[in-house]
Design a protein around this ligand. Structure first.
Ligand SMILES: C[S@@+](CC[C@H](N)C(=O)[O-])C[C@H]1O[C@@H](n2cnc3c(N)ncnc32)[C@H](O)[C@@H]1O
Length: 263
């Protein structure tokens, strides 16, 4: 089962250069100062000035550095060595003080013994992890007492469909590992990369129970009938930066968010 780590790391390493150059990630605007964070997570994060933040699965660090620009002391972790190298390069270029660790999220506590005010993770993260109990324990073990976990993620209902959202393909529940091979990437469908991935769908019950069972209290939970990202096929932008699947409209949840507090 551990070979999922090598397969997924390889795929994420291949994506990094394409993502950095993509319109989707619009790194030029980010470099000029644009924040990559959305209202959904900003509302839950509140004022992060002088807060210590652990950012799980930070990719090449745009959100991490957006938090650093808001005055937070942020540490990003990610499995992809290419993503972490790019994040460190951007951090230097922009004169910021974010820090990075390259590791499997499950091994975070072997790389830092710092306790944080906030643990943050967003959009396209837990699907890469087979077991949310281990994930939630890492979050709990990383927080100071009374610290908060802020999470915004694509809704498991979205992952039930085929790529064109025409039919239900996969279970809502975590019944199997999902092995896929595709060309390109969500940030550039025509990119010349082949991506083999091993992922898991996680029901909301699984997410909430993993956090509750690891000593966190859910304070806020929201579901949204749109995505702030246009990373799916067949989408329409019905308001600025709000995307829905054309044939499904507002009938399905696309994103959820939560804030949980460590007791
Ligand atoms: C879609 S990105 C999420 C971040 C953010 N939404 C973004 O798009 O920049 C997913 C990230 O999870 C990382 N990842 C996948 N499996 C991981 C694991 N087991 N441990 C740590 N990071 C992992 C990937 O390397 C990738 O950078």
């Amino acid at each position: 089962m551990k070979n999922y780590i090598e397969i997924n790391r390889n795929t994420w390493n291949n994506k990094v250069a394409v993502h950095v150059d993509s319109n989707f990630y619009d790194n030029e605007s980010f470099i000029k100062g644009k924040s990559t964070l959305n209202n959904i997570e900003l509302e839950l994060l509140g004022n992060v000035k002088d807060k210590s933040i652990l950012h799980l699965q930070c990719h090449f660090g745009q959100d991490t550095m957006s938090l650093a620009r808001m005055g937070a002391q942020v540490t990003g972790i990610d499995l992809s060595d290419k993503a972490i190298a790019k994040a460190q390069e951007l951090n230097l270029q922009l004169g910021l003080n974010s820090q990075y660790i390259c590791c499997d999220v499950y091994e975070t506590r072997q790389h830092t013994n710092e306790l944080f005010d906030i643990v943050f993770s967003s959009y396209g993260t837990i699907g890469w992890l087979p077991d949310l109990d281990i994930w939630a324990k890492v979050i709990s073990d990383s927080l100071k007492p009374n610290g908060i976990f802020v999470f915004a993620e694509f809704h498991p209902v979205v992952w039930m469909f085929d790529n064109d959202f025409k039919e239900v393909f996969y279970s809502y529940f975590n019944t199997e590992e999902i092995i896929e091979e595709e060309q390109g990437t969500y940030a550039d469908r025509n990119a010349n990369i082949e991506a083999k991935t091993i992922t898991w769908n996680h029901s909301l019950t699984e997410v909430l129970n993993s956090l509750i069972n690891n000593g966190l209290t859910i304070e806020i939970f929201n579901e949204y009938d749109y995505s702030p990202y246009t990373c799916f096929n067949n989408v329409e932008e019905f308001e600025t930066n709000k995307f829905r699947i054309k044939n499904l409209g507002n009938k399905i949840p696309m994103v959820y968010s939560l804030r949980a507090r460590k007791k």
